[in-house]
Design a binder for this molecule. Structure first.
Ligand code: ARG
Length: 460
């Protein structure tokens, strides 16, 4: 007989290298405190219901706390032969307190146990992600405040479109991140049913009290169906999809920073401590970290893809395939969190070159729409105005001029409706200031969104 916890029916056990292949123990050490917490709640309930005698309950509780302390102090050894932390902790418990340790697993399976550990861990991890999202939002907000009034070109197709406030551009990311934050909140709001007590898949014949463990662990209630409880990992994939989406937002911001930091744009400059140099070209200042974030988006999407694929063909209830959720979820969480930790100060310390952005907005005919609107206000149908302004742009391109270079006569040659006041209407300040519609780029409209952003930050 093998000395494994499940060794009763085995004459032989897997050789070391096979054992290593299957072990998750070194990957999931972060679950230990949650495993102890879950076991404490479980054994308390076993005492309350009279399933275990009070003296065993006390011994087990003491023992669990000792194991917890050993783990915390780094004195615990994680061996592949124990497979996972659940078995390692139980084994150590029994070493410490004797046969009473063997009673802890009454009315429970590793299948519901690993779920409750994960739920508890995810609860903390998701809250930490929310906190880190808010840190980036604060950086964006601070930049928007500091650079209020700076005008830059807004783009579509990466072609100059219309002038906007730099604050408006920055705040666009603020609201994307706010939705990511809200998605995490939705995730947390769904993670309120306690899996403990589902046991292997069918429930248990012990008179357990699932409401007790649920309440002790801060859940609202037990889950409804024991098969569903141990058979799904939708929460891991939901989290990974939120992370993937938010990472996409961060990646786009990084891409814009990289483009805008190039010598051709010079709209922004990252601080020295968030850039790197070249080993051969002394002049270089590269946005390596922004590039890495953009590059790691591939991995991030990959984790979600891997989990969805891993789950798609598993017959109910638990199959070992599902243990892959650990590695994939932790990689997801670690990558997202470490990225956000880099992102917040990188954005906060970035410099925006308002002179350059203004210059760039003055080129590229960014106020062409304003010019067309001008003609419309003088009575011309919009389609005709669009054509007249298009012709004016062509005239400028052919004669190497910007709108600012045009004289009133040149304007009038395009349309008699043009008058002196056109110069005012096509100024960048006028263009930006005129877009007062709710959520628009006019300073007064941007102030409104920043006020709302501040209210969000106050509550977050
Ligand atoms: N380490 C396992 C996991 O993470 C725990 C569940 C094991 N259950 C089982 N029936 N082998 O998935």
């Amino acid at each position: 007989m093998s000395n494994k916890m499940w060794g009763g029916r085995f004459a032989e056990v897997p050789p070391k290298f096979v054992e290593e292949f299957g072990a998750v123990i070194k990957v999931e050490t972060r679950l230990c405190p949650y495993d102890i917490q879950g076991s404490l709640a479980h054994v308390t309930m076993l005492g309350e219901t009279g399933i275990l005698k009070a003296e065993d309950v006390e011994k087990i509780k003491e023992g669990l706390k000792l194991v917890g302390k050993e783990i915390e102090e780094g004195k615990f050894t994680f061996n592949a032969e124990d497979e996972d932390i659940h078995m390692a902790i139980e084994k150590r418990l029994t070493e410490l307190i004797g046969p009473a340790g063997g009673r802890l697993h009454t009315g429970r399976s590793r299948n519901d146990q690993c779920c409750v550990d994960s739920y508890l861990y995810f609860r903390d991890a998701a809250k930490e992600c929310q906190r880190l999202i808010v840190e980036i939002q604060k950086s964006l907000y601070e930049q928007a405040e500091k650079n209020f009034g700076v005008i830059m070109p807004g783009f579509t197709h990466l072609q100059v479109a219309q002038p906007v406030l730099a604050s408006h551009w920055l705040m666009a990311y603020f609201w994307m991140l706010k939705r990511d934050y809200a998605r995490l909140q939705g995730f947390l709001d769904r993670l309120v049913e306690c899996p403990l007590g589902a046991a292997a898949l069918a429930g248990t014949d012990f008179p357990i009290d699932r409401w007790s463990t649920a309440k002790q662990l801060g859940f609202e209630k037990p889950t409804e169906n024991s098969i569903d409880t141990v058979a799904d990992r939708d929460y891991c994939m939901e989290f990974a999809s939120i992370a993937a989406m938010s990472y996409m937002h961060l990646s786009r911001l990084c891409e814009e920073i990289i483009i805008f930091a190039s010598q051709e744009y010079k709209f922004v400059e990252l601080s020295d401590d968030f850039t790197t140099g070249s080993s051969i070209m002394p002049q270089k200042k590269n946005c390596d970290f922004a590039e890495l974030i953009k590059g790691r988006t591939g991995r991030m999407y990959g984790y979600l893809q891997a989990m969805l694929t891993m789950m798609k063909g598993i017959p109910l209830a638990y199959d070992k395939d599902m243990q892959e959720d650990k590695f994939l979820s932790y990689e997801t969480i670690d990558l997202w969190q470490s990225t956000m930790k880099v992102m917040a100060p990188m954005v906060r310390k970035m410099k925006i070159n308002g002179k350059r952005t203004y210059q760039a907005a003055s080129h590229g005919f960014s106020t062409a729409t304003d010019m067309a609107d001008y003609l419309v206000k003088k009575g011309m149908p919009f389609r005709d105005a669009h054509r007249v302004v298009g012709q004016t742009v062509r005239y400028c391109v052919e004669n190497d001029k910007t709108f600012d270079d045009l004289t009133l006569d040149e304007f009038k040659a395009q349309s008699e409706l043009f008058d002196k006041d056109i110069f005012e209407d096509i100024s960048l300040e006028h263009s930006v200031g005129a877009r007062k519609s709710y959520g628009g780029t006019a300073p007064e409209a941007v102030k409104v969104q920043m006020q709302h952003a501040e209210e969000f930050l106050d509550k977050a």
